[in-house]
Write a protein that binds this ligand. Structure first.
Ligand code: FE
Length: 250
C-alpha cells in the first residue's frame, strides 16, 4: 500500500502489489474524505477478497460509498458484483457500458446501483469538495473517464500513462521510464489526435500527480509535464498502421 496524499481528513492511497501470475499488474486507488470514500477500478476476482479486506480497514464506518469504473475492461470491472453485494456503494461507469457490464454477472438486487456517467462527464460531491469525472473518450475505450481530485491535485488516468514492468512504483527518471510505456500506448491508444485532446484538457487542470491504473505514478509537476509533452507528440494506433485494407490471412 502507498499513500499518495494526506491532508486533514483527505487521503489518497493505492494498492499496487495484489495479483500476480498471468494478470497484468494493476493499481487499485482509494480516495477518502471524512465520511466519503471511493475505489477506482477495483479489478477482478482474484484480488477481490484481499483488496476488500485491506480497503475496509481504512474506511469510515459504513464502508465504501462509491465505485468508479474508468471503462469496461475485465481488470477493472470483473469483480463489480462482489463489491456491490458486500456494500451499499453506488458504482459509476460510462453510459455506453450500462448494458454490457451486467454480463460480468451483476445481480438483479444490485444492478440499480450501477449508474451511467454521461458523455460530458460529471462532478460528484465528495467530502468537503467534489471529484470530477473528466471525459477521456477513446483513451483507450470508447466510453472512458478520468478522475480529477482537486483536493490532492491528482489526475487518475486509467490506462493512459500506464506502464508494464516498471521497476519502481514512483517514476524517477522520465526518459528511462519511456520504454515501459511506449509499446502499450502505441498499440492500445487510438491516435495522436485524441492524445492531443487529452493533453489540452490536462493542461487546463492544476495537476501535481498523474496516477494510472497500471505501473508507476508521476508525482511532481516536472514529471507530469514530461508525460504530457511525451503524449502530445506520440504517434499511436491508426497513425502507425499501413494504409489500405487489412491483409486477409491466407
Ligand atoms: Fe483497459
Amino acid at each position: 500500500m502507498l499513500t499518495l496524499f494526506e491532508h486533514g481528513s483527505h487521503k489518497n492511497i493505492l494498492w499496487h502489489d495484489l495479483g500476480g501470475g498471468e494478470m497484468v499488474q494493476a493499481n487499485q486507488h482509494v480516495i477518502i474524505d471524512g465520511e466519503d470514500s471511493i475505489i477506482l477500478d477495483p479489478g477482478g476476482h482474484k484480488i477481490y477478497s484481499q483488496l476488500f479486506g485491506d480497503v475496509s480497514t481504512h474506511l469510515p464506518p459504513g464502508g465504501i460509498r462509491y465505485i468508479f469504473l474508468s471503462h469496461q475492461d475485465p481488470d477493472i470491472v470483473a469483480a463489480i458484483n462482489g463489491w456491490l453485494m458486500v456494500s451499499e456503494a453506488t458504482a459509476f461507469a460510462s453510459s455506453l457500458w450500462m448494458r454490457f457490464i451486467p454480463h460480468f454477472g451483476v445481480d438483479e438486487l444490485v444492478v440499480e446501483r450501477l449508474k451511467p456517467i454521461p458523455d460530458e462527464g460529471m462532478s460528484l460531491p465528495f467530502g468537503a469538495g467534489h471529484l470530477k469525472f473528466v471525459p477521456a473518450p477513446f483513451l483507450h475505450s470508447a466510453g472512458n473517464f478520468h478522475v480529477y481530485d482537486p483536493a490532492s491535485k491528482i489526475l487518475y488516468t486509467g490506462d493512459l500513462g500506464a506502464s508494464i514492468g516498471a521497476e519502481t512504483m514512483m517514476v524517477e527518471d522520465f526518459d528511462a521510464h519511456v520504454p515501459s510505456m511506449k509499446g502499450f500506448h502505441q498499440r492500445y491508444m487510438p491516435s495522436n489526435a485524441i492524445l492531443r485532446r487529452f493533453v489540452q484538457t490536462a493542461r487546463a487542470l492544476d495537476i501535481e500527480c498523474i496516477a494510472p491504473q497500471h505501473g508507476a505514478i508521476f508525482k511532481g509537476r516536472e514529471l507530469v509535464g514530461a508525460l504530457l509533452d511525451w503524449l502530445e507528440t506520440l504517434e499511436a494506433g491508426v497513425d502507425l498502421m499501413p494504409d489500405g485494407p487489412f491483409a486477409i490471412p491466407g
